[in-house]
Design a protein around this ligand. Structure first.
Ligand code: CMP
Length: 282
């Protein structure tokens, strides 16, 4: 992120050094990258592309192979008949790329029967070549989203020790408001100093709190992120997943509604927060 910040600043310096040069002005586009910080969805795209990189590389090889084969065939058949369009391999490759992507090709009608046959096969293969990566990426997205957002069930909410005294109706209400989030090992869930907007309950997995007195490991059934919500101040510590962890997320607004409605839960959360704050006071 610091590299991106630097890259966003460099165009300003470059423009001072080379005023009025259009290419230098283009470097301003780098600032667009800063948007990536605010879009978790872009992170999802990155993970999907990375997970499917082998299949996508195979697609690129297939597309390149088909393009070269179509170009070579067309060059051999019509290279001499239409030298202005197919007279050399780069021209023929441009033609086959246009046919595969169906961005045109009207500017070049095949003259021979064999040429028309090659063009027909190339167009058909184009559909296959582009459908393949779309299907791979679509499936990758489905997998990624399924991994990230599991479904919160009644049993899951009922297993959380904090909610163990609640009746079935209250747990059903909770199931409707809790959101699910799966994080990979190493994901920073909470950053120290940020504004608090949710509390997290660990459905499975483990996290590590980087508390001032040392690292504290929290396991299944524990909760964290309550302190900033209670005090309405900033996050007191960073929290990182140490393995793949399923979290139940309670938004700030719902958190306050629940502890207002269930004073027992409120007292329990406050007691835990007080104990965690304790070491800081000494
Ligand atoms: P919050 O301050 O909202 O965000 C960081 C969270 O880490 C904090 O709430 C607590 O839930 C948790 N936390 C902070 N200090 C400790 C500690 N000493 N032991 C366990 N958890 C802690």
């Amino acid at each position: 992120m610091m590299v991106i910040d630097a890259a966003a600043f460099v165009p300003f310096v470059l423009e001072l050094m080379f005023p009025g040069v259009a290419y230098v002005r283009l470097t301003r586009l780098v600032r667009f990258l800063k948007l990536a910080r605010y879009s978790p969805a872009l992170g999802t795209i990155g993970r999907v592309l990375s997970a499917e990189r082998r299949a996508l590389l195979a697609c690129i090889i297939i597309i390149a192979g088909v393009m070269l084969a179509a170009a070579a065939a067309m060059y051999a058949v019509e290279g001499e008949i239409q030298p202005e369009h197919l007279g050399d391999m780069p021209k023929a490759i441009w033609w086959s790329a246009a046919m595969l992507a169906k961005i045109g090709g009207e500017w070049l009608q095949p003259m021979t029967a064999l040429g028309r046959l090659i063009a027909t096969i190339t167009v058909m293969l184009g559909i296959f070549c582009f459908a393949l990566p779309v299907a791979i990426i679509g499936r990758g997205f489905y997998e990624e989203i399924r991994r990230r957002d599991f479904v919160v069930t009644f049993a899951m909410a009922a297993r959380v020790p904090l909610f163990s005294r609640l009746d079935a109706a209250s747990i059903s209400d909770l199931v409707a408001i809790l959101k699910a989030r799966t994080v990979h090992a190493g994901t920073v869930i909470i950053r120290k100093g940020e504004q608090g907007d949710a509390m997290y309950l660990i459905a499975s997995g483990a996290v590590e709190v980087d508390a001032p007195e040392g690292k504290v490991r929290l396991e299944e059934g524990a909760f964290f992120g309550e302190m900033a919500l209670l005090s309405r101040e900033r996050r007191t510590a960073s929290v990182t997943a140490i393995k793949s962890t399923d979290l139940l997320v309670l938004d700030s607004e719902d958190f306050h509604r629940i502890i207002d409605r269930n004073p027992e839960i409120g007292a329990q959360v406050r007691a835990v927060a007080q104990a965690r704050k304790g070491p800081l006071l000494h």
